[in-house]
Design a protein around this ligand. Structure first.
Ligand code: AOS
Ligand code: ZN
Ligand code: ZN
Ligand code: ZN
Length: 430
């Protein structure tokens, strides 16, 4: 039996205070939507089946490359991170899996770690490799890059690390390896842009060869940072070319913060899906670059439009459609649990809004070139306050009606501040 970290009775007591209002709001919304021919109950069922993974590193204060401000009661190791992720899952009910990161989450016993997570009500999602920073005791430095380094010994070490991630991921029950590299250059002429990509393809094929049959390799592109002149896997074009070269188990992963300013990310989703290469998604928000802010905090409309494409993709599957969704954020001024709760809710809300789009009306308007009504089909769904739909699905799954209020009432962080060791200062992470 699973042992979730918070008191289920306390959550139920708090929910009892809201249940009448929630039912009234939900019934009202159902009637409103029914007048337009939209089925709210179907949306509740879809929302109940939706899930998004949370990253183990998202449980801590990530900081920026300038500073990290530790939080009293912050998790200090993977075990404590799992507990905090379990709090998020218990309250939000849409984050049942965590995405581990190696070597940050290194333990001696991965089978034991899987059991420990399962007891908390969690499974493991995509495993993330890390060849963007040096680790103590590692023979070769990644100062010249990793999978694309000019030094064959460095490339071999980076391939080997990814192969080890697969081995560990198998023990944890993962089925995807996410590969993001920081490789690139800071000066024109520093490296040959073509030969560097050749080395990437060669190294990546070494990793690909180690993938079990039912695994996928998710290639995550990012335009810049830490490399500021050129990045090897800089955009979705390079990503899909690499994925096509590697083979059917290689797919592309889209992180919302990894694009040139003003790029139409929903269109990228559509393009990648058209060729069966949309493998995963990292949710976060940004105003300037890879800001890793809470999902939906800056541009919730973009998030809605992304989900609109994902729903179209789901209705027209090509080469399967099973993207790995994950929240990839860095929290510096909030309690990470609160940020993950708020983000999970924003993500589900945008998904719910996209579910409410009258697709027949949309497609009909598109086919008749009725621009106004096509846009209206989206606008009408976007402007619905879906809070009752999302809360209904959550409460039915045993979660909290008001996730933040329930989290604060639990006193979790204060309790952990007494129990856990203080975390050190230190550099932020990307
Ligand atoms: C880096 O910018 C990418 O978003 C990665 O997905 C992720 O944030 C990283 O692997 C964690 O450090
Ligand atoms: Zn990411
Ligand atoms: Zn990023
Ligand atoms: Zn980042």
């Amino acid at each position: 039996a699973t042992k979730p970290p918070l008191s289920a009775d306390q959550i139920a007591d708090l929910n009892a205070k809201h249940v009448n209002d929630l039912d009234r709001d939900y019934d009202h919304l159902c009637r409103q939507l029914a007048r337009r021919g939209v089925d709210a109950e179907a949306a509740v069922a879809k929302v109940a089946a939706f899930s998004v993974a949370i990253p183990t590193w998202g449980a801590g204060r990530g900081g920026t490359r300038f500073a990290k401000f530790p939080l009293a009661g912050e998790p200090t190791n993977i075990h404590e991170k799992l507990q905090d992720c379990a709090v998020v899952q218990q309250l939000a009910t849409v984050t049942p899996r965590v995405s581990p990161h190696l070597p940050w989450d290194t333990v001696d016993d991965y089978v034991g770690l899987r059991e420990e997570a399962a007891e908390l009500g969690l499974g493991f999602d995509a495993i993330n490799s890390n060849t963007f920073q040096d680790q103590a005791g590692q023979p070769h430095s990644y100062a010249t890059g990793s999978l694309t380094s000019s030094d064959a010994a460095v490339r071999a070490q980076a391939v080997e690390h990814n192969v080890e991630c697969i081995e560990i991921g198998r023990k944890l029950g993962s089925r995807d390896l996410t590969v993001w590299i920081g490789d690139g250059t800071n000066f024109p002429g520093q490296q040959d842009l073509g030969r560097q990509f050749d080395r990437y393809l060669d190294s990546a094929s070494g990793i690909y060869a180690a993938l079990p049959d039912d695994w996928r390799m998710l290639l995550e592109h990012k335009m810049y940072e830490p490399a500021f002149y050129s990045t090897v896997i800089q955009d979705w074009g390079t990503s899909i070319l690499a994925a096509q070269e590697l083979g059917p188990k290689a797919k592309c992963l889209v992180d919302l913060g990894h694009h040139a300013p003003n790029v139409n990310i929903e269109q990228i989703v559509s393009r990648l899906h058209r060729f069966g290469k949309l493998g995963g998604f990292h949710f976060n928000d940004s105003k300037y670059g890879d800001d890793d802010l809470d999902s939906g905090s800056i541009n919730p409309h973009q998030l809605f439009l992304v989900f609109n494409e994902l729903i179209e993709a789901e209705r027209n599957p090509r080469d399967g459609f099973d993207p790995a969704y994950m929240i990839d954020q860095s929290h510096n001024v909030t309690d990470p649990i609160e940020s993950m709760l708020v983000s999970a809710e924003a993500i589900v809300q945008c998904y719910a809004k996209a579910l409410l789009v009258d697709r027949d009306a949309l497609h009909d308007a598109q086919d008749r070139d009725d621009v106004t009504m096509a846009f209206q089909a989206l606008r009408r769904a976007y402007t619905v306050d879906v809070t009752p739909i999302v809360a209904k699905a959550r409460v039915e799954a045993g979660g909290a009606c008001d996730v933040i209020a329930a989290y604060r009432a639990s006193g979790w962080r204060d309790r952990k501040a007494q129990e856990r060791k203080p975390v050190g200062l230190g550099a932020g992470i990307v």
